[in-house]
Design a protein around this ligand. Structure first.
Ligand code: HEC
Ligand code: HEC
Ligand code: HEC
Length: 419
C-alpha cells in the first residue's frame, strides 16, 4: 500500500515536472518564432503587465505544488550519512552567518575579561558543549562527527566572530543544525560567561583547558578535619565537585555558591526547583534534572551536615560597606519598606523556617547576582521565592552591594546554630 502510494506520487511529480517544462518551452519559444508578434502588445501596457502577473502566479503555484509533490514522494534523501553537497553547505553557512550578524547589530558586550566568568563558562562547556564540539587540542567526539552539519572544531572559528555574535549563537542556537538554544532564556549573564570562555579558546592548550574546565584543588574523598567525617556521595565527587568543591572549602571563585553549611531543606528544595525549571539556570537545570529525588536528598544531607568554610579575609576598604550592610540586615530600611533580612536569614538565635537559606559566609558576588536576578524576576526557586522578588525590588544597587558584602564577611562556622 505504502509502495503503491509512493509510486503514484512519484509519477504525479514526474508528470507535473514534464507538463511545466513543456509549457515553459512552448511559451518561451513562441516570441522567437514570430518576431513581429509582440508589436500589438506595445500599445497595450496594461495587458502586458496582467499577462506577467498571471505568469508569475502560475509559476509560483506550479513550483509550490511541485515542491509538495517532491516532498510527498519521499525521493528527497534526508540521510545524514551522505553529508551536504558543497553548494548546500555553503548556502546554509552563508545564510546562518548573515542572519547572526544582522540580529546582533546594536548589542553591546559587557566586560568579559574576568577569570571567574571565564571559569564559569569553561566548566559549563565541559558538559554542555564539548560532547558535540570537542575541546582545544583534544580528540573530536566520534558520534557528533556523524551529524550533518557536524559541529565545527571551535578554536579556528572563534576569531571570525564578534563577542555579540557569539552571544546570539549561544543564546538562540541554530535551526536545522542541532546547535541547541540556551536552556534558560532568562539568563543572559550565563550566556556571556560562556562567550567569555569561547574568546579564550583559540589560545588554550589541552592542559590549560582541562585545568580550568575541571579544576579541583585536591578533591578530597574523605574529610578528615571534620567531626562529621563521611564519604561524599559518588555523584558529588564525579560531578558537582568540579564547581562546588567536595568538602567544606570554598572554591576560590565567587561564581560558584558554597554549599557546605547550607540548610538541608533549602538545598533539596533548590535542586527540585532547578530540575522542574522553576529556578532558571542553563548551567544547573540540566544537571539537577538528571538527579533522582534520592540523589537530591543524599546530596542535600551531605552538604547540610558540613560546617561552612572559614570566611575569606576582608579588606579594610570595604569595612564601611559592611557596616552599612549590617544596618540593613539587622533593621531593614523602614523608609523603603525593606524588612530586616536577619528575620529570615539570621544571624540570630530565633528559629527560622528551615527552607530560608543561610547567607552568612556565602560569596558576596554570588549573593549580589541573585538579588539582581530576583529584582529582574529572572529567579524563581522554592515556593517562597516570591518573598524575595518584593524585597529585592526595593533595594538600590548600592544597598544590594552593601548588604551582600556584610553577609559575605560573616563566619558561617561561628554563627549560632538556630537551625
Ligand atoms: C548537539 C550538538 C551541539 C551542542 C551540544 C552544541 N553545539 Fe554548537 N553547534 C552545533 C552544530 C551542529 C553547529 C553548526 C551550525 C552550522 O553549521 O550552522 C554549531 C555551531 C556552533 C557555533 C558556530 C560555529 C561556526 O563558526 O560556524 C558556535 C560558536 C557554537 N556552536 C558554540 C557552542 C557552545 C558554546 C555550546 C555549548 C553551550 C554548543 N555550541 C553546544 C552543535 C552543537
Ligand atoms: C558547571 C559548574 C557546576 C556544576 C558541575 C554544578 N553546579 Fe551547582 N551551581 C553552579 C552555579 C554557577 C550555580 C549558581 C546558579 C545561579 O546563578 O542560579 C549553582 C547553584 C547551585 C545550587 C543553589 C545554591 C544556592 O545557594 O541557592 C545548588 C543547591 C547546587 N548548585 C547544587 C549542585 C549539585 C548537587 C551539583 C552536582 C549534581 C552541582 N550543583 C553541579 C555551577 C555548577
Ligand atoms: C520573609 C523572609 C525573608 C526576608 C525578610 C528576606 N529574605 Fe532573602 N530569601 C528568603 C527566601 C525564602 C529565600 C529563598 C528563595 C528561593 O530560592 O526560593 C531567600 C533567598 C535570598 C537570597 C539567595 C540566596 C542563595 O543562596 O541563592 C539572597 C541573596 C537573599 N535572600 C537576600 C536577602 C536580603 C539582602 C534581605 C534583606 C534586605 C532578605 N533576603 C530578606 C526569604 C527572605
Amino acid at each position: 500500500m505504502q509502495l503503491f502510494r509512493n509510486i503514484v506520487l512519484i509519477c504525479a511529480f514526474v508528470a507535473a515536472a514534464v507538463i511545466t517544462l513543456v509549457q515553459f518551452l512552448h511559451r518561451g519559444a513562441a516570441p522567437l518564432m514570430s518576431a513581429g508578434g509582440t508589436e500589438g502588445l506595445k500599445h497595450r501596457p496594461g495587458h502586458k503587465a496582467k499577462h506577467w502577473v498571471f505568469k508569475a502566479v502560475a509559476f509560483a503555484v506550479v513550483a509550490a505544488l511541485g515542491g509538495f509533490l517532491f516532498a510527498a514522494s519521499g525521493i528527497m534523501p534526508i540521510k545524514a550519512s551522505s553529508g551536504h553537497w558543497p553548494i548546500t553547505a555553503w548556502l546554509l553557512n552563508f545564510t546562518m552567518r548573515r542572519s547572526v550578524i544582522t540580529h546582533s547589530l546594536g548589542m553591546n558586550a559587557p566586560k568579559l575579561d574576568d577569570a571567574a566568568l571565564v571559569a564559569k563558562g569553561a566548566t559549563h562547556y565541559e558538559f554542555g558543549c564539548r560532547p558535540c564540539h570537542g575541546g582545544p587540542h583534544l580528540p573530536q567526539p566520534v558520534i557528533a562527527g556523524h551529524m550533518t552539519p557536524h559541529p565545527p572544531h571551535l578554536p579556528p572559528e572563534i576569531p571570525k566572530w564578534q563577542p555579540e555574535e557569539l552571544f546570539y549563537i549561544v543564546k538562540h542556537g541554530v535551526k536545522f543544525t542541532g546547535m541547541p538554544a540556551w536552556p534558560a532564556q532568562q539568563r543572559d549573564d550565563e550566556v556571556w560567561a560562556v562567550v567569555a570562555f569561547l574568546l579564550k579558546i583559540p589560545k588554550l592548550t589541552a592542559q590549560e583547558y582541562l585545568k580550568v574546565a575541571r579544576s579541583l584543588k585536591a578533591p578530597a574523598a574523605t574529610i578528615d578535619d571534620l567531626t562529621e567525617s563521611k564519604q561524599a556521595p559518588r555523584i558529588i565527587t564525579d560531578n558537582c565537585a568540579r564547581c562546588h568543591i567536595v568538602d567544606n572549602r570554598a572554591r576560590d571563585l565567587s561564581v560558584f555558591p558554597i554549599l557546605a553549611g547550607q540548610r538541608t531543606d533549602y538545598l533539596f528544595a533548590s535542586l527540585l526547583a532547578f530540575a522542574r525549571g522553576e529556578r532558571h539556570s542553563g548551567i544547573m537545570q540540566p544537571l539537577a534534572a538528571s538527579l533522582t529525588a534520592k540523589d537530591m536528598r543524599e546530596i542535600a544531607q551531605y552538604y547540610g551536615n558540613l560546617r561552612g568554610p572559614s570566611p575569606a579575609p576582608v579588606s579594610v576598604e570595604i569595612a564601611p560597606a559592611i557596616e552599612r550592610g549590617r544596618e540593613i540586615a539587622m533593621r531593614g530600611i523602614p523608609s523603603r519598606r525593606v524588612p530586616a533580612c536577619s528575620a529570615c536569614h539570621g544571624p540570630n538565635r530565633v528559629r527560622r523556617n528551615p527552607i530560608y537559606p543561610e547567607l552568612a559566609g556565602q560569596h558576596s558576588e554570588y549573593l549580589a547576582l541573585q538579588l539582581e536576578l530576583f529584582n529582574k524576576q529572572s529567579r524563581g526557586g522554592t515556593p517562597y521565592a516570591h518573598i524575595m522578588h518584593r524585597v529585592a525590588g526595593r533595594l538600590t544597587p548600592q544597598q544590594m552591594r552593601d548588604v551582600t558584602a556584610y553577609y559575605g564577611s560573616l563566619n558561617s562556622a561561628a554563627e549560632p546554630a538556630a537551625r
